[in-house]
Ligand binder design. Structure first.
Ligand code: PGA
Length: 245
C-alpha cells in the first residue's frame, strides 16, 4: 500500500479527482468503481466542475457502484443510485447504458448479484476502484465478521453503519434498510487499482488498522494489504493513528 497524507479534505478531494481525470485521459474507456457516502461528495463536486470546464470526458467510461440498499428502487430519494444522480451522473456525459448499479429492488437478490458480477466481467473488470471506509473498517457493505463473502452478495448492515446512513433517511435510524447488496471483497480485490479515501478523525482508528494492522476479516479494509496497487489517500486527521509516516 502507498499512503498519501494530505492537509485536509479539500486536498484529498483534489488529489483523488486528479487521479480519476488522469485515468480517463489515459484510458477514455476506463471502468470505474464508485463509492457513495459523505467522503466522496467533494470528489464528485470536483469532477462535475472539471467536466463543465472541459477537463474530463466520461463519454466512453463505464461505472459500477459498490453497493445499494436492499428494497430501495433506483428512484427512491434515499437510494445510493439517487445520490449518484445528484452528485455525479446527472451532471456529466456518462452514457446511461454504461452506468451499472446493483438493483436494490430486484426480486431475486442472489440472481441480481450474479448478474452484477457477470456485468463486471463482461466490461473487462474494474480499472480503478475508489473506496470509502467505515469507522469500523468496512468497505462497501462488507462489515467486520469471522468470514467474508468474496463475490457480490446480500449483506447485513452493522448497527453503526445504519446510524451513519441515517442522514439519508431524515435522521431516522430505523428507516435505514437493515440489508444491502454489495460488491464483495473479492470483487474489490479483482480491480486493477484501488484508491481508498478517508477524511476526519472518526476514521483514524480504521485507517491505522487497515494500513498497519493484521490482515483480518475483522477489519475488512485490511485485506487491501494483499493487493499490489492500492493507494490510501487521507487527510491529517484520518492519518493521526499511523505510527509509520
Ligand atoms: P462515509 O462512508 O463516506 O459517509 O464516511 C464511508 C463508508 O462507510 O464506506
Amino acid at each position: 500500500m502507498t499512503v498519501r497524507i494530505l492537509k485536509d479534505e479539500k486536498a484529498v478531494a483534489r488529489a483523488v479527482a486528479a487521479r480519476v481525470i488522469a485515468t480517463l485521459a489515459a484510458t477514455p474507456a476506463a471502468v470505474l468503481g464508485l463509492p457513495t457516502g459523505r467522503t466522496p461528495v467533494q470528489l464528485y463536486a470536483r469532477l462535475r466542475a472539471a467536466h463543465a470546464a472541459g477537463r474530463v470526458d466520461f463519454a466512453q467510461a463505464t461505472t459500477f457502484n459498490l453497493d445499494e440498499f436492499l428494497g430501495l428502487p433506483a428512484d427512491h430519494p434515499a437510494s445510493y443510485r439517487a445520490f449518484m444522480e445528484t452528485h455525479l451522473f446527472g451532471h456529466v456525459n456518462l452514457s446511461r447504458h454504461r452506468i451499472h448499479f446493483l438493483n436494490g429492488a430486484a426480486p431475486d437478490p442472489v440472481a441480481e448479484c450474479a448478474r452484477y458480477e457477470a456485468a463486471i466481467r463482461r466490461a473487462g473488470g474494474i480499472d480503478l476502484q475508489i473506496l470509502g471506509i467505515g469507522a469500523n473498517g468496512h468497505i462497501g457493505f462488507n462489515e467486520p465478521a469471522a468470514g467474508l463473502i468474496g463475490d457480490s452478495h446480500l449483506a447485513r448492515l452493522a448497527p453503526g453503519t445504519r446510524r451513519s446512513n441515517s442522514d439519508l433517511f431524515g435522521g431516522r435510524v430505523r428507516a435505514v434498510p437493515p440489508n444491502a447488496l454489495s460488491m464483495g471483497v473479492g470483487t474489490i480485490l479483482r480491480s486493477r487499482a484501488v484508491v481508498l479515501v478517508a477524511t476526519g478523525a472518526g476514521k483514524a482508528d480504521a485507517i491505522a488498522a487497515t494500513v498497519e494492522g493484521l490482515v483480518t476479516t475483522r477489519v475488512p479494509a485490511s485485506l487491501l494489504q494483499l493487493h499490489e496497487a492500492v493507494e490510501v489517500v487521507v487527510d491529517q486527521a484520518a492519518a493521526a493513528g499511523l505510527t509509520r509516516r
